[in-house]
Design a protein around this ligand. Structure first.
Ligand code: ATP
Ligand code: MG
Length: 583
């Protein structure tokens, strides 16, 4: 273990200009060689649940822990791969007995309970499609997503059913069954007790034949830029989950892995369920929401070695005055990864100072299904950069021309659309019921991500902003991330969201919404100081001209700053879809 520890010397942020460094470390890469890592179904097909669970349950890892579940109130339940195989087989039998068929959508709406994970595997075993909802959604966004995704089944809890589903059952005529995780009795002929059904179900199940291109998951996006989109994924997506499990998460059999994302978002399924289990790794799941002491406690007690989290959580840890290594034994932790939003350089440095390792940023989207660009392990971390494209991934900075063609921008440092060459296994296969939008995401043989970025001389990608969020001020194009990161370096600042505010003279002025670290009082003096600080760092053209303090910035439930909402509120415009807004 010790010699494989990926801990970089904090002083060393130098980079070897070597694009194929992963090959030096891991050997050559091809998707064909990744395909060989999978066993396949006895019937010849490919199914995520078989590769993630049953394969291990039938081999030497049978009695190894697959899941360590920590309940909100301090409960703990564990499952070995063998037990997970049996439980998910029972769940698949329940679905089969109730007549659920291949390709039908079964939704989940639950806090992070073991049954959610058992259900995920059971749904896939039955050849059905898992569609996860976030448990804190209100009734309206739930209804909308269930109607749009043709929900036939729902796995949920009694409380969530009563509060959010029961009042709108009539609006869901095609929903055949609701399975209640914690009800001992059936409610009616449609709303059934899962424990009762599981008790009678056999723990043997022959996985329904699914092909690599069969639909496995339907995932709704985070709704940061507008109405969430239903994104279609297939079983073969796990090739990406497997390879990123090697190159980015560095998973080894002895690892204890914890991904803090909820399966209501794609990180919580791709990397909170599938990737660790494909590698036969023990997966920690915490039911509770963020709490710094609890989180450090889990890292310590369960000897977590690989930790996958998000900038919002890291910024919350930074905000507090806790020196983790003084109070907790985190000696098992060897790798911290982050996704979901740009990770400010300040956060990477915080990791170096407080955890004695940099935090590794990586970039992907619901649409890409898995990590595409990362500060992967055999290269140096550049604080503020998303890293480099992974093996098997072709990413570029491009410009879309008016005639529909696309030109690759090769000049280092020049902004453009971040685009990917289609063909990676976890690429989305469609936006549900929106063929046109899907088609429009591609141009001249490229997938256009909707994010803007640039590339440096060493092939590292740097996030500039969402195409929608770019600010045009006095003839300059300003990416909010650059401004946010500069302000984050000020010791009083905890979080920043930057927008362009229309201005008759210069197009837009850069305005920053700032939330302060605990204990810091807002004042006009501090405002002036921050404006001066910004000017010094960024120059007058790019620095914010206006600053407004806010105790908390509006965020999606997955923790992303909603700049479009800051802007709508600033301009007194309608807020648009706020179904994913954190309340
Ligand atoms: P919607 O598409 O509904 O507006 P969303 O784009 O936030 O929501 P996701 O698919 O969950 O939905 O998020 C992907 C987006 O998150 C990326 O397109 C990018 O803008 C942002 N993102 C993710 N990781 C990073 C990162 N490491 N650095 C910068 N941005 C990131
Ligand atoms: Mg998006």
């Amino acid at each position: 273990m010790e010699e494989r520890r990926i801990r970089k010397n904090p002083a060393e942020f130098s980079v070897q200009p070597n694009m194929t460094d992963y090959e030096v470390t891991y050997g050559s890469f091809s998707w064909e060689s990744v395909a060989e890592k999978f066993e396949g179904l006895p019937s010849g097909g490919l199914n995520i649940a078989h590769e993630a669970i049953d394969r291990h349950a039938n081999g030497p890892l049978a009695d190894k822990l697959a899941l360590i579940w920590l309940g909100e109130k301090g409960e703990k339940r564990t499952f070995t791969f063998k037990e997970m195989k049996q439980e998910s087989a029972k769940f698949a039998n329940v679905l089969k007995t109730l007549g659920f068929e291949k390709g039908e959508r079964v939704y989940t709406l639950s806090t992070r309970l073991p049954e959610l994970y058992i259900g995920a595997m059971g749904i896939l075993k039955n050849g059905s499609v898992m569609c996860p909802l976030f448990s804190q959604f209100g009734p309206e966004p739930i209804l909308q997503r269930m109607q749009r995704g043709d929900a036939r089944g729902l796995l949920t809890t009694q409380r969530l059913y009563e509060k959010k589903i029961a009042p709108q059952m009539e609006a869901l005529p095609d929903l055949r069954y609701v399975l209640l995780i914690d009800a001992q009795e059936d409610v009616n002929e449609k709303v059934l007790s899962l424990p009762r059904l599981m008790e009678k179900a056999s723990d043997q199940f022959e996985i329904v034949h699914t092909d690599p291109e069969d639909m496995s998951l339907l995932h709704f996006t985070s709704g940061t830029t507008g109405m969430p989109k239903g994104v279609i994924h297939v079983h073969k997506a796990m090739y990406t989950h497997w390879s990123t499990g090697v190159y980015v998460l560095d998973l080894h059999p002895e690892d204890i892995y914890w991904c803090t994302a909820d399966p209501g978002w794609v990180t919580g399924t791709s990397y909170g369920i599938i990737a660790p289990w494909l590698h036969g790794v023990t997966n920690v799941v915490d039911e509770a929401e963020f709490d710094a002491e609890r989180w450090y406690g889990i890292l310590e007690e369960y000897r977590v070695s690989v930790w996958y989290t998000a900038p919002t959580a890291i910024r919350r840890l930074m905000r507090l005055d806790i020196d983790p290594l003084e109070r907790y034994d985190l000696s098992h932790l060897r790798l911290v990864q982050s996704v979901g939003e740009p990770l400010n350089p300040e956060a990477v440095i915080w990791g170096v100072e407080k955890l004695k390792m940099p935090i590794h940023d990586n970039w992907w989207q619901t649409e890409t299904g898995g990590i595409m660009i990362a500060n992967y392990l055999c290269q140096d971390v550049k604080p503020g950069s998303m890293g480099r494209p992974l093996p098997g991934i072709t990413a570029a900075i491009v410009r879309q021309n008016e005639d529909g063609t696309v030109t690759e921008i090769t000049e280092p440092g020049k902004d453009g659309d971040l685009a990917l060459k289609p063909g990676w296994p976890s690429m989305f296969r469609g936006y549900l019921h929106n063929e046109e939008k899907y088609r429009k995401s591609f141009a001249d043989g490229w997938y256009i991500s909707g994010d803007l970025a640039y590339k440096d001389e060493e092939g590292y990608f740097w996030f500039v902003g969402r195409a929608d969020d770019i600010i045009k001020t006095s003839g300059h194009m300003v990416g909010p991330f650059e401004v946010e990161s500069a302000l984050m370096e000020h010791p009083a600042v905890a979080e920043v969201g930057v927008i362009g505010k229309p201005d008759p003279l210069i197009g837009q002025i850069v305005k920053a919404f700032v939330s302060l670290k605990s204990g810091v009082e807002p004042s006009d003096k501090l405002k002036r100081e921050l404006i001066g600080f910004g000017r010094k760092k960024l120059g007058a053209a790019v620095a914010p001209k206006e600053i407004e303090f806010q105790e908390n910035l509006p965020k999606t439930r997955s923790g992303k700053i909603m700049r479009r909402l800051l802007k709508a509120r600033e301009l007194g415009l309608p807020e648009g879809d706020t179904s994913t807004l954190e309340k």
